[in-house]
Design a protein around this ligand. Structure first.
Ligand SMILES: *Cc1c(COP(=O)(O)O)cnc(C)c1O
Length: 217
């Protein structure tokens, strides 16, 4: 596929499911992709990008931002506390807040740098041991901590369903959890399952290979 094809597919799924296409943001996941390919997307008007490594994003995006002021960069990987300073400096949105400790670090850095980032809490909907994200039973506690003890703007929830499961149940669960916390944004759906994600109310689709082609990783 390509950016144009992916966008038209998103549009048609929205139409079919009664969603307003304007309520769905395409986050182009540019991890491991070379600058030329990112520039091609920028030429086509794409402005929202996702990266999962702080260091890689720090090399790629600051020069691009000088030319394109309206880039919106999302962090979608596991955030180590020793990378928080750099992350707060270069990203606009952190989608992967998943612990009190991390929330505290991000809060401190935002204070220091006088920056205010939009944040999502990542939920480990599959209860997978090796995966990032807060467990469903600790979500409420983390959310309340962020709201009461920090100035973090928690705007939504994010999930990455287990690879070998049908994603629908995970999307439905994330939708339900967000509703309980009155959170409006849902980051879910990747190259192979974004149609289902749209049906379950995704507001942010994180799509890499469908737009860019295979990564060389
Ligand atoms: C790589 C990645 C994506 C994009 O995956 P594709 O299958 O290439 O669309 C989405 N979300 C996260 C968290 C990722 O790491």
């Amino acid at each position: 596929m390509s950016l144009v094809e992916t966008k038209s597919l998103i549009h048609s799924v929205c139409k079919k499911t009664g969603r307003d296409p304007a309520s769905v943001t395409l986050v182009a996941v540019s991890k491991f992709q070379p600058m030329e390919k990112i520039r091609l997307l920028l030429d086509q008007g794409q402005r929202v990008f996702g990266e999962n490594r702080v260091q890689e994003a720090a090399e790629k995006f600051p020069p691009l931002r000088e030319e394109y002021k309206d880039i919106e960069l999302h962090f979608i990987g596991h955030l180590q506390t020793n990378k928080v300073r750099e992350a707060v400096r270069i990203f606009d949105v952190i989608e992967t807040v998943d612990s009190v400790r991390l929330a505290k670090e991000i809060n401190n850095e935002m204070d220091k740098q006088k920056r205010s980032l939009s944040c999502f809490i990542q939920v480990n909907t599959g209860g997978e041991e090796q995966k990032g994200g807060v467990s469903t039973d600790k979500l409420g506690e983390l959310f309340r901590f962020c709201r009461e003890q920090t100035t973090l703007h928690i705007d939504g929830l994010m999930c990455i369903p287990p690879v070998h499961e049908i994603p629908d149940l995970h999307f439905a669960l994330l939708h339900k959890l967000a509703g309980e916390l009155s959170l409006k944004k849902l980051s879910m759906g990747m190259s192979t399952d974004f149609d289902a994600a749209i049906r379950y109310g995704a507001t942010h689709l994180r799509i890499g290979t469908a737009i860019f082609g295979d990564r060389d990783n």
